[in-house]
Design a binder for this molecule. Structure first.
Ligand code: DC
Length: 220
């Protein structure tokens, strides 16, 4: 069984997907973490991704990006180093968005994502899961919320993690990433025609979770 969850950042994809996975005994796969690991590799190597996409693609190709899946969650490794926490910075978010626009990088990581989904019940979140990675997934949800709501949530998350940033910075970063992710040529962020749209702007976390569980249980 495959459940595809797509949508822009801050819509609640990962927190909701984790809970759903725990309740339904599915494995949660966060595909954004893979683009983040590739972005981190480029940042560390000093590669300007927008100016030199060929170098970014070459570096990603020679990097070993891998994840381990368990009940306690996913861990992501870059060349054997656990970078699960390191990839959660605004700088890496932007690098991930930039590197994800490169077709060769997408093909490499989509290959890994499909392999991971092939042999287990998964709930996978990203931007192109329903449209490109798992087009035959029987359940596809496109989660969204207003930019202001999403920025507020993401800002809170970053503050809780001890990262200094303002709401305005988060809102501006998010707008840039949304634009990047939805206007790239290859597998852009967009709802699959057969996806169910859920807007979480006016919903609490529990209400969002109930809404998704109702949709999923009806189709399981
Ligand atoms: O979900 P996230 O914010 O961790 O993702 C980081 C970036 O990776 C996002 O800006 C776009 C890219 N991404 C993508 O292009 N396709 C995916 N399936 C997941 C993420």
């Amino acid at each position: 069984m495959q459940i595809a969850i797509d949508g822009p950042s801050g819509a609640g994809k990962s927190t909701l997907s984790k809970q759903i996975a725990a309740k339904l005994n599915f494995v949660y796969i966060d595909t954004g973490a893979m683009y983040r690991a590739a972005g981190l590799a480029c940042l560390r190597a000093g590669i300007s991704i927008r100016e030199n996409p060929e170098a970014a693609a070459a570096l990603t190709k020679e990097s070993d990006i891998d994840i381990t899946l368990s009940e306690t969650g996913q861990r992501i490794f870059l060349n054997g180093e656990d970078v699960t926490t390191l990839i959660r910075t605004p700088e890496v978010s932007m690098a991930a968005s930039d590197v994800s626009a490169i077709p060769a990088v997408r093909l490499q990581l989509v290959d890994l994502q499909r392999k991971l989904a092939a042999s287990r019940d998964v709930i996978m979140d990203g931007r192109d899961i329903g449209t490109y990675v798992l087009p035959d997934a029987p359940i596809k949800i496109f989660l969204t919320a207003t930019p202001e709501t999403r920025a507020k949530r993401r800002h809170l998350e970053l503050i809780e993690r001890g990262q200094a940033c303002t709401y305005e910075e988060v809102l501006a970063d998010m707008a840039e990433r949304d634009k990047n992710d939805s206007t790239r040529a290859f597998a852009p962020l967009k709802p699959a025609p057969d996806s169910i749209l859920v807007d979480t702007s006016e919903l609490s976390f529990d209400e969002s979770l109930d809404a998704l569980l109702a949709i999923i249980k009806e189709r399981l």
